[in-house]
Write a protein that binds this ligand. Structure first.
Ligand code: ACO
Ligand code: ZN
Length: 503
């Protein structure tokens, strides 16, 4: 059942002692055979908890993406087969704080009292005691370097269409005390060879593109979220207050994004909550979607809540706790009840690296319906208005890479077909400027699609027939697009000191 050699395997290659375990002796670090998708698979036990319905083990499965890690009950573990015991040294390395032999995490059941306390803090992400201390998110902080990309010749290229080969590839202020955001960076490696099938397969089996090994031990803490009319099943850890991880389900208000561990408090909140759309200016509206611009500094609580929500589906990025330096562009769909969040992207107010997107997310209930494309297009339309070339912050996630590649390819192919029709020559810079993309992203896309050739001393861009066919097919799907003439937006000006609106 396991795929190629690149797939993540649980445990290390070193010899481990084997033997029979029982539900009481099975400990963190053990590798056991655990049922998943109708088969018993090797899985490493990453955590253990006591729940109302009995003991549960958090398993990371061989050859499965981390987002498929899950809590399993005793009944799904095969105790007839030997387990591999953890190597004590390795175990120590993994979690220096953990005492050898302590197999059950010491989380106590949430007392009614503590739940209430959380309810009181409903409007704030942080407890008072955390002010000024590093938030758990800061634990994700890794390198923060600009991804330097290797340059290629950017000469004038002539264009050939239909060549053979290639692959398809009301604004209320909500300012509270100062603290520390959303989005960060790591160096991007040279782009891997582009093979769509392999990449899609990777989605099921591999981890995110650049997974922080220290993060692997992170356990998904929230198992179920009620959000508007949807039930969401989080993929990854998100730093909600610890007491929330004891709940079978948490409730998030789909408008103000405050969160509750029990339904009663949530219901009470819903009776009081008057918000019906994100708390910013509506800068775009068409028949299909609206976009709101929200300043992290002015709407701190709301933006932090958005980051908490999105972290449940974003794994590869460092999330900062300080939302002040970011603007949030939130896409919604309207109905009689209000403007419902579909997705968003965040953007640094000033990006030294020229990024036009820090984090981007389509909520899972809306994924694969073309909303990601709209978010990406919107980010580039803003860059066009700014007169800048932009690029998403690196690293991209697996899904992020697929979506950006798709967007870039479609945009470039459409543009080139236009050039070809008019029999015009084009340059990489010309393409980049027209699309507000960086020349690196243009070049990488051309390379990935095998559209650049060097022939008889001349650089040429070719559009393989197959790509034209694919583009025709995808056009036939008649997706929604952003109408740039409907964007009501001027690049905001920030005072250097506050990085907030320069009134
Ligand atoms: N499998 C294969 N291809 C995919 C997938 C997938 N699961 N998801 C997107 N694509 C590709 C497809 O080519 C798709 O076009 P198609 O449907 O015509 O084939 C194209 O991307 C666009 O798809 P959309 O439906 O417009 O994208 P979606 O609304 O699903 O949003 C997004 C994409 C935002 C990346 C979403 O998957 C998501 O939120 N993922 C979790 C968070 C994440 O990883 N964000 C990106 C991080 S990188 C960064 O923040 C800079
Ligand atoms: Zn609310």
């Amino acid at each position: 059942m396991s795929g190629g050699s690149k797939q993540p395997e649980v445990g290390s290659n070193e010899q481990r002692q084997k033997g029979k375990a029982t539900p009481d002796t099975l400990m963190i670090g053990c590798i056991a055979m655990v049922q998943k998708d109708g088969a018993y698979r090797r899985a490493e036990i990453l955590s253990i908890r006591e729940t109302k319905s009995g003991r549960q083990f958090y398993c990371n499965f061989d050859n499965f993406n981390k987002r498929l890690d899950e809590w399993v009950p005793v009944s799904r573990i095969d105790f007839e087969q030997d387990v591999e015991w953890p190597n004590p040294d390795k175990d120590k390395l993994k979690d220096p704080k953990k005492k050898a032999g302590s197999s059950v995490s010491k989380k106590s059941q949430p007392s009614k009292k503590s739940q209430k306390k959380v309810g009181k803090r409903e409007q704030s992400v942080v407890s008072e005691g955390q002010a000024g201390t590093p938030h758990p998110w800061t634990e994700f902080v890794e390198g923060q370097k600009k991804g330097k990309v290797d340059g290629d010749e950017k000469g004038v290229a002539s264009l050939e269409v239909g060549a053979k080969g290639g692959q398809a590839g009301p604004d209320e202020m909500d300012v509270d005390e100062d603290e520390t955001p959303a989005g960060a960076a790591k160096k991007e490696k040279a782009p891997p060879a582009f093979n769509r099938e392999q990449e899609i397969e990777k989605l099921r089996t591999s981890g995110s593109m650049t997974q922080n090994p220290a993060e692997i031990a992170r356990i998904r803490n929230i198992s179920k979220v009620e959000f508007g009319q949807y039930t969401l099943f989080p993929w990854y850890f998100s730093p909600y207050p610890e007491v929330f991880s004891q709940e079978d389900c948490i409730y998030i208000c789909e408008f103000c994004l405050s969160y509750y561990g029990d339904f009663k408090s949530f219901r009470r909140h819903r009776m009081k909550c008057t918000l019906q759309h994100p708390p910013g200016n509506e800068i775009y509206r068409d028949d299909y979607v609206s976009f709101f611009e929200i300043d992290g500094k002015r709407q701190r609580t709301w933006c932090r809540n958005l980051c908490l929500l999105s972290k449940m589906f974003l794994d590869h990025k460092t999330l900062y706790y300080d939302v002040d330096p970011f603007l949030f562009y939130v896409m919604t769909r309207r109905d009689e009840k209000g403007c419902h969040i579909v997705g968003y992207f965040s953007k640094e107010k000033e990006s030294a690296d020229g990024y036009n997107v820090a984090c981007i997310l389509t909520l899972p209930q809306y994924q694969r319906k073309g909303y990601g494309r709209l978010l990406i297009q919107f980010s580039y339309e803003l860059s066009k208005i700014e007169g800048k070339m932009g690029s998403p912050e690196k690293p991209l996630s697996d899904l992020g890479l697929l979506s950006y590649r798709q967007y870039w390819s479609e945009q470039i192919i459409d543009l080139l077909l236009g050039y070809a029709e008019r029999d015009e020559k084009c340059t990489i810079e010309g393409i980049a400027t027209t699309l507000a993309m960086t020349t690196q992203d243009v070049e990488h896309t051309l390379q990935a699609l095998k559209m650049q050739v060097y022939h008889k001393g001349e650089h040429k861009i070719v559009i393989p027939e197959k790509l034209i066919e694919q583009r025709e097919k995808s056009r036939a799907k008649q997706r929604h697009v952003i109408d740039p003439s409907k964007i009501q937006w001027k690049p905001p000006v920030f005072t250097a000191a506050s990085r907030t609106w320069g009134w």
